[in-house]
Design a protein around this ligand. Structure first.
Ligand code: PA5
Length: 428
């Protein structure tokens, strides 16, 4: 991926960062890089995720999915880091398999999704690192029952990806289900390039080697200076702008296929950096659609935002047909791709002209290789930002708090967190 931070400089934008301040920050980037490299070398928790391009075995994933390789549809049951990486990959790439992600437990929605599928031709991909997440386990039990009710043997059609031990691992062993491991030291939201994110991609027939190759190439660009490393340039710029008042980071892909990527990024940024009263709030938007809704705020609202664009340089295009109306003749001389590109350039320029900081991330195109690089690059950006904020980017105590409270409320154990829910103050 290429990163252009020109429109985040103080000479263009407010808040912005001056060249001198970036140079001073670069000393801290160098120190952070050393810390990251030590963590990677020792396979420390979290840092180990940046070793996935070398560690993940595509052959193992393909062997596990082989029995269901001809499935017409795949239900992935997982939530958060156990769903969004896989969803990002399969939504970005063209595939023949119908993909359904059951993360929410909204009963009407779950029922309608299940009723829409040919269960006899559908495979199940259950993903939970802990093996205890209530939403995932509950949805899996519901899915399993739906298969039984339809007379389909779910044990023949299910793949499990989980940690070394836990209830989901036990369940997989009891039913002799193919089981893949969430690699040690890899937090959920950093696991897209492991079986967690790649089982669905394998069933869809995507090139797993190319995904990892793109990530590997990005990993080779990590260096001790933000001026030489696109991923660190992004992480350092976002961090610096947050410190100067841009507490909101609006991620805007200019490609429909990358809409889910913005969702993945939002989780990565929020759950990793939202600690100790620090962190930048990610917002998801989509170009060009949200030019007609949110752009007004980004250009003329409070000066508290960084806008991050992600766009491919190349994409399949389509001519706009000529029209008999003279006023619209200019459209007939263009393609939809040219229109989209013009909208992107116009939006970027309109923000710069209003002194609003923005960063452009470019991919050659949206394919496995570029996507692997993007996912890896943004993970590395986030790890770097975590170092600069001095927060632990790899835990999620607030998320765990709510998980325990939920289990406690449903009688799944004694958790003090559940008592706090009962003590809620109400004023109606
Ligand atoms: O990034 C994270 O750690 C979380 O979003 C988890 O992925 C999410 O809570 C699901 O957890 P699990 O994989 O244990 O079911």
């Amino acid at each position: 991926m290429d990163v252009d931070i020109g429109n985040a400089l103080a000479s263009v934008a407010s808040p912005g960062i001056s060249r001198g301040a970036l140079e001073r920050l670069d000393e801290r980037v160098g120190q952070a890089h050393e810390r990251i490299e030590t963590g990677r070398a020792n396979h420390e928790h979290g840092y180990a995720a940046l070793n996935l391009p070398e560690r993940t075995d595509p052959g193992e994933i393909r062997r596990a999915v082989d029995p269901v390789g001809d499935a017409e549809a795949l239900i992935t049951v997982g939530i958060g880091g156990s769903a969004l990486g896989a969803a990002t990959i399969v939504d970005a790439l063209e595939g023949d398999t119908e993909m359904v992600f059951l993360d929410n437990v909204d009963p009407e929605w779950v029922t309608s999704r299940l009723e829409s599928l040919p269960l006899a031709e559908t495979a199940i991909n259950v993903v939970s690192k802990s093996g205890t997440t209530a939403e995932t386990l509950a949805n899996f039990l519901v899915v399993r029952e739906a298969f039984e009710d339809a007379g389909v043997d779910w044990t023949e059609r299910t793949i499990v990806t989980t940690g070394e031990a836990g209830p989901l691992s036990d369940l997989a062993e009891r039913h002799n289900l193919p089981k893949l491991r969430v690699p040690d030291g890899v937090p959920g939201r950093f696991s897209a390039l492991s079986p967690v994110g790649m089982v669905a991609a394998a069933i869809a027939g995507h090139d797993l080697e190319a995904l990892l190759e793109g990530a590997r190439a990005e990993s080779e660009s990590l260096s001790g200076s933000l001026f030489e490393c696109p991923a660190y340039a992004y992480g350092a710029t976002a961090y610096a702008l947050d410190g100067r008042g841009a507490g909101i980071n609006a991620m805007i892909p200019y490609a429909e296929s990358l809409e889910t990527y913005a969702e993945w990024f939002a989780q990565l940024w929020a759950e990793s950096l939202g600690k100790d009263d620090l962190g930048q709030t990610p917002v998801r938007a989509l170009g060009v659609t949200d030019q007609h809704s949110q752009l007004q705020l980004y250009r003329a609202g409070p000066r508290d935002k960084l806008v991050t664009f992600v766009a491919p340089r190349e994409r399949a295009d389509r001519e706009i047909p000529a029209t008999e109306v003279e006023e619209l003749a200019y459209l007939g001389d263009s393609t939809l791709g040219e229109l989209l590109e013009a909208e992107f350039e116009a939006t970027e320029a309109s923000l710069a002209a209003a002194g609003r900081p923005n960063v452009r991330i470019e991919l050659e195109t949206v394919d496995e290789y570029e996507l692997g690089g993007l996912l890896y690059g943004m993970e590395a950006s986030c790890v770097l930002a975590g170092e600069l904020y001095s927060v632990n980017a790899f835990n999620q105590p607030a998320v765990e708090w709510a998980k325990k409270a939920t289990r406690g409320l449903l009688g799944g154990g004694e958790f003090a967190e559940a008592d706090a829910v009962a003590e809620k103050t109400t004023l109606r």
